[in-house]
Write a new protein. Structure first.
Length: 375
């Protein structure tokens, strides 16, 4: 990813309407050579439409697509040099899974041992080696999807457009694939746009994530940026399971710095958030930014434990404060914590996020002089 090269894919102010519905609203994005951009967003956000516009299968009402620096306006889909795996599979029904995967290679008149070995390697990676002899109709949806993915990869395209390729795959395999696919994509060195509705997949696979909501890009950043510094409350809610806790607050400030009151207790905020004092806000607390603590510990808030849900790698506990505010607390599975009754929680305010209650925009901490730089 050198600075000088033009982006491998440039999407410039692309708008697409269906009758009066705006599916894409002036979307601009660029993807660097070899980069995997995860295009993430809820159902109906416009992800598939955007992928289809890039592929040339849907014509935009306005805007431009450039691939490898070349304007795609008059370039038909088959000449755009992109490998695609779409949700509707589009496998050739009369061919076996093997022949489907091999089709980009046979189209180039490749054959023989190298072709067979290439197809089998991909199939093994994607765990469909045992169904290569089957026709598509004998495959499960997850197997069809992986066959389509293998076919997209087989041609070794420089650009890959993958539309939620793990959507129909069961949870265990999804988990494995999330670990293996980045390696596969890195090996292919293809520039990839990877559509998903699953934030974990977006975080695991994307070098960067573009969050699409209602046809607009609401945030573009690395997985860490999007998770730790979501641009809006809505983006914050889309990332994380269980979802982020949200509490209506009005920050205050005193000689010790900015804070919010939780059950009449002072929960300090980042010093750089003094400018939010007096403004109606929503405090966003990831469940892992709240922990159980002892009564009397600094910042301990009394709560009642309502329910505990053991998940695989963590235990999630629902507690209520004295005022009836519900808060989810997450801790690594196997670590001790109260299963019922009275308890105390403390908030890791360094990880508390603050959003403007009206606009939903995150209020970023400002640089402060607290480290003694100024009087
Ligand atoms: N051919 C079409 N005709 C009319 N409306 C369409 C058409 N294709 C998509 N839309 C609309 O455009 C919007 C975006 O759809 P799109 O399929 O891109 O969403 P998505 O983000 O891919 O969702 P999902 O994750 O559920 O696939 C939706 O409101 C959808 O109903």
């Amino acid at each position: 990813m050198t600075e000088r090269k033009p982006p491998a894919i440039e999407i410039d102010a692309v708008t697409k309407r269906f009758k009066t519905d705006v599916a894409l609203d002036a979307v601009s994005l660029s993807v660097a050579e070899g980069e995997t951009l995860a295009l993430f967003g809820p159902s109906g956000a416009g992800k598939t439409v955007l992928l289809r516009v890039i592929a040339g299968l849907v014509e935009a009402d306005a805007g431009r697509i450039r691939i490898g620096g070349r304007d795609m306006d008059d370039v038909p889909p088959e000449e755009r040099g992109v490998g695609m795996a779409f949700q509707n599979f589009a496998l050739f029904p009369h061919m076996s899974a093997f022949d489907n995967i091999a089709s980009p290679l046979t189209a180039r008149r490749q054959s023989g041992e190298a072709l067979r070995a290439g197809v089998e390697k991909l199939a093994t990676m994607l765990k469909i080696g045992h169904v290569l002899g089957q026709a598509p109709k004998a495959l499960s949806n997850g197997q069809k999807q992986r066959t389509a993915l293998a076919r997209a990869l087989a041609g070794g395209p420089r650009t890959l457009l993958l539309d939620d390729p793990l959507r129909n795959v069961d949870a265990k395999l999804r988990f494995e694939m999330r670990l293996e696919l980045p390696r596969l994509l890195a090996r292919e060195k293809a520039t990839t746009i990877y559509v998903t509705q699953d934030y974990r997949e977006a975080m695991a696979l994307g070098d960067r994530i573009a969050v699409l909501e209602g046809g607009r890009v609401t945030q573009l950043g690395t997985p860490e940026e999007v998770y730790l510094a979501p641009a809006t409350l809505s983006v914050a809610r889309l990332f994380g399971d269980p979802a982020i806790n949200t509490l209506k607050v009005t920050p205050q400030t005193d000689g010790q710095g900015p804070f919010v009151l939780l059950s009449d207790l002072r929960a300090p905020l980042d010093d750089g958030l003094s400018h939010a004092a007096g403004r109606p806000c929503v405090l966003g607390l990831r469940p892992e930014a709240v922990r159980f603590t002892e009564a009397g510990a600094p910042g301990a808030v009394a709560v009642t434990v309502e329910a505990e849900t053991p998940l695989n790698e963590k235990t999630v506990t629902l507690v209520t404060t004295k005022r009836g505010r519900e808060i989810l607390v997450s801790r690594p599975a196997g670590t001790p914590g109260p299963a019922e009754g009275a308890a105390h929680i403390a908030v890791d305010s360094a990880h508390a996020l603050l959003f403007d209650a009206e606009t939903g925009a995150r209020i970023a901490p400002r640089e402060t002089t607290r480290r003694g730089a100024a009087a």
